[in-house]
Structure formats: C-alpha cells, structure tokens
Design a protein around this ligand. Structure first.
Ligand code: UFG
Length: 342
C-alpha cells in the first residue's frame, strides 16, 4: 500500500481528502495541531471509511516533532500540505502569525521531504486568491493568468509558498510539486459525519447561510449589490468539497505514476467548476434545495472583496481526468444536513 501524509488532516479539506484517499486504497497518516479543528474529526473519518487512519498531533512549525513523523513512517511517498491559517481578515490583524505558520510549516515540510533522498512529492494547497481581481479578458481564469499583488497577508503567504516551491524544484532534483489552486470549497460529506467547523462567527458565506437558517445568526448580510455583475452581488466559483477532495486523489495518482514525459516537476491546476454564481443566486439555490426561507438583507461591500472570479478548469479536466459536477442544490443540501448535526 502507498502511504500518503496529510498535514492539516483534521481540517475541512484535509478530512474530506483523507476519506477519499482511504476509499481509493491509499494508506493515510495524518498530522494536525488542532488549531482550527478537533480530534472528533478522526472519529468522523473512521465512521465513513470503516477504519482509523494513523495520526500524530504535530505542529508543522516544530521541526523536531515533525521529523518524528518521518521516523515513525519512513514509507511516506507523498505529502498533501493543507496545514495553514486561512482567514483573510485575521491575517491582516496578525500577519506575523500567518507568515510564521504558513511559511515555516512549508519550509519544514520541504526540508524533510528533500532530505528523504528518494522521490519527494508534495501537493500544495494553494488558492485562486493568487490571481487577485482578474481583468475581464482573463475570465474564466486559467493557470496562465497573471499573478497579481495579493490583497491580504494570507494571500501573500500562498504566493510566497508557491515561489518557495518553484525555487526548490529547480534546486532539488528529487522534488516534485503540484500546486492546487482552490476556488471556493463548500458543502459537507453526504454522510454528515464530517464538514466545515467554523470558529466563532463564520466569515465565509455558506456557514453563515446555514447558521442563519438554523437560527444561530439572525440575518445574513449580502455584502454589496452594486457590483458590475448581472444582479449586483459578487460572483465566485463554489466547488463541492468532496469533488475537491477527489482532485487530490487524482493529483497523487498522477505524481506517483511513472512519468511518460508529459509531467513537469512543478505543475499547477485550477480546481473549480467553471461556473460562476452570485451571492444572491447561491442564497436562492439554498432556499430551493432546503425549503428553508433565508433571512437576508443587502449591506455595504466588504473591504477587499474581489468582484468576480471563476475558474477555467480545462487543464485539470484534461490532465487529471477530473471534473467537479455535483449540482449546487445537492451541495447546499449537504451543508444544511451537516449544520443540523452540529
Ligand atoms: N459574503 C456575503 N456575506 C457573508 C459572507 C460572504 O455576502 O456573510 C460574500 C462575500 O462578499 C463574497 C462571497 O460571499 O462575495 C464569498 O465570500 P467567502 O468569504 O465565503 O469567500 P471569499 O471568496 O471571500 O474567500 C475565499 C476563501 C479564502 C480565499 C478566497 C480566494 O475564504 O481563503 O476565497 O478568493 F483566499
């Protein structure tokens, strides 16, 4: 069996990916410091797959503790590096925490992988945030679109991490990297055993919608209806977290298969649906999917928001043989089921 290490294994995307990797026959070892998740997620993963994953509580900033994972599991063949802080607003308040966690974690991991000697494959969790607000001629956005100055320290860490990995691939002949640029992941596993666990008041749209529907929040504020879009609200590419998790399995399959010459040592893929939805369209899709009437009002724009961005996922469709096509109503119904179990 092929062993894959997941950092941030109990996080939102990490936990869904652990499930898909186990289902695909991989041996998974997870690490997490539970800074934005909790040990119960491991039980959720086990309930779905029917067997526990190997797990160590480790902070990727702690090099010596991290090294022990590789001592205990010398057969690790590839790593998916999810572990990172990801709240845009918080990153503006605490930039040092973001640079420390996101950059140091990646450097430690890369060192450990490169030092392993033989093939070192890293899948890196990146974000469409690296594109900033694309100009209209760049929409839908391909991997060739220009990288724009980041609008937050969080976004800057994703750009820096991609740069670090680019340099390392050039310098270390045993290293291969796949950077996956996620659009907006939403929804929960259909079993409702795992899902997103936002800390405090949700910053992201879908957890805010489900908490409002559940009566935890009084009213959803739609941040702006005066954008240059058909209904005036912002447009995003919302991708089902389970579809996103499956893309990681495809990326790992590809990195670990013999190279027929078509695979470069640093590859980038946009992971989105190719379909842009506005905030208001998503709100109405939620109402339609669940039959729950949502209390919402139009408020002012949120500072730093991108007006519209959605993916051209053609490269991932073709090269990875993957596509995200779960209907949005089904995705929102899964988010609602998960909210009701919380
Ligand atoms: N929105 C609302 N009301 C809310 C929350 C969000 O109207 O209460 C709107 C936002 O203005 C935006 C859309 O819903 O138009 C999506 O907002 P999210 O916060 O859910 O997602 P973002 O697109 O802002 O951010 C996400 C990730 C980031 C990542 C970024 C890349 O959270 O980690 O995508 O563009 F960097």
């Amino acid at each position: 069996m092929t062993r894959v290490l997941l950092t941030g294994a109990t996080g939102y995307i990490g936990s869904h990916t652990a499930v898909e990797l186990v289902n695909a026959g991989y041996e998974v070892v997870g690490v997490d410091n539970f800074s934005n998740s909790n040990p119960k997620v491991l039980e959720g993963i086990e309930k779905i797959t029917g067997k526990p994953i190997d797990f160590m509580e480790v902070d990727c900033r702690d090099f010596d503790a991290f090294a022990k994972v590789f001592e205990k599991f010398p057969d690790i063949e590839a790593v998916i590096h999810f572990a990172a802080s990801k709240a845009v607003g918080e990153s503006v308040q605490k930039p040092l925490m973001y640079y420390d966690n996101n950059i140091r974690g990646l450097i430690n991991l890369t060192k450990l992988m490169v030092e392993k000697g033989k093939g070192a494959s890293i899948v890196f969790s990146s974000s469409c945030t690296v594109y900033g607000q694309p100009t209209p001629e760049n929409l839908p956005i391909t991997e060739q679109a220009p990288i724009q100055p980041a609008t937050s320290p969080y976004g800057r860490t994703k750009q820096m991490c991609e740069d670090i990995l680019t340099d390392c691939v050039k310098a270390y002949g045993n290293l291969s990297v796949t950077a996956l640029r996620y659009f907006n992941p939403i929804g929960a596993h259909p079993s409702a055993f795992i899902g997103e666990l936002p800390n405090g008041v949700p910053q992201n749209l879908v957890p805010y919608i489900t908490q409002t529907a559940a009566g935890i929040r009084e009213c959803l504020t739609v941040f702006g209806d005066d954008y240059n879009t058909p209904d005036g609200s912002c447009i995003r590419d919302y991708i089902y977290v389970v579809d996103l998790a499956k893309a990681h399995v495809k990326a790992i399959d590809r990195m670990l298969s013999p190279n027929d010459g078509s695979r470069e040592r640093f590859e980038i893929f946009n992971l989105g649906t190719g379909r842009g939805l506005s905030v208001l369209e998503l709100v109405h899709a939620f109402e339609k999917a669940t039959g729950v009437k949502l209390n919402y009002r139009i408020g002012p724009r949120r500072e730093g928001d991108t007006e519209q961005v959605w993916a051209n996922p053609a490269k991932a469709n073709k090269v990875l043989g993957w596509s995200a096509d779960t209907p949005v109503e089904e995705i929102l119904a899964s988010a609602w089921r998960w909210q009701q179990t919380l």
